[in-house]
Design a protein around this ligand. Structure first.
Ligand SMILES: O=C(CO)[C@H](O)[C@H](O)COP(=O)(O)O
Length: 216
């Protein structure tokens, strides 16, 4: 089984806070750096450009969960040249194709990932695959109390069986990783568990070691 990658979500309220979080040495310890939803909401799409300039060689994701106005919103995010950007499962197929067209216009290979929240169906996954989506992200919303339950774990397994990469995120910490054993998750996205640790770089290394141990 492939070893899942580790993404760090900068769910910060300001650029300054996100920069401080990155100055702990944690960026070198993770595979993908994410400009989080709250960070982009607070600072606008320009924050993606700032992090691209700070980390030109780090895989970068812009997590605005685009739901409409694919050309306009997608275009603004893509001006920051992220490697990945997210789009909400509730969007029209036309929103997906509009963002893809904006990436093509800029000569970018930015990949779109669908974020699964609320209502969607396994039938939708087939359509998304046809539209060239290669990764889904299954979220345990921060607004939902508790951690991942058995139903969410079963959904994750079923999605992975559909032959598409699936990332898992939301309220996942070091001690939760065992719950995912045996599931070919493509990526774990951590926010608070790494950012709020006393030593974020050390915690990211500990997560990676545990993931390697479980998925090797
Ligand atoms: O996408 C997100 C919120 O929209 C978060 O980045 C993601 O859920 C991780 O959060 P945490 O690990 O802090 O629960």
């Amino acid at each position: 089984m492939k070893i899942p990658t580790v993404q760090l979500a900068l769910d910060c309220s300001s650029t300054e806070e996100a920069i401080r979080d990155c100055q702990t040495g944690v960026v070198d310890e993770v595979d993908i750096l994410e400009c989080g939803y709250s960070l982009i909401a607070a600072e606008g799409a320009r924050v993606v450009k700032i992090f691209r300039e700070m980390y030109p060689n780090k895989p970068l994701l812009a997590d605005l969960k685009i739901v409409d106005a694919g050309s306009k919103i997608g275009g603004m995010l893509l001006d920051g040249r992220p490697d990945f950007t997210t789009i909400l499962c509730a969007c029209e197929p036309g929103t997906i194709t509009s963002v893809q067209a904006e990436a093509k216009k800029r000569g970018l290979n930015t990949k779109l990932q669908i974020e699964l929240y609320g209502h969607w169906s396994f039938e939708d996954v087939k359509l998304w695959k046809e539209l060239g989506i290669s990764q889904l992200t299954l979220q345990h919303s921060g607004d939902k109390p508790g951690g991942w339950d058995e139903e969410e774990i079963a959904t994750l397994k079923k999605l992975c069986d559909m032959g598409i990469d699936v990332a898992a995120t939301g309220s996942i910490g070091y001690d939760d990783l065992e719950k995912f054993r045996g599931i070919p998750v493509s990526c774990f996205i951590f926010g608070r568990a790494i950012r709020k640790a006393a030593d974020p770089a050390k915690e990211a290394r500990r997560m990676k070691e545990k993931i390697k141990e479980i998925w090797s």
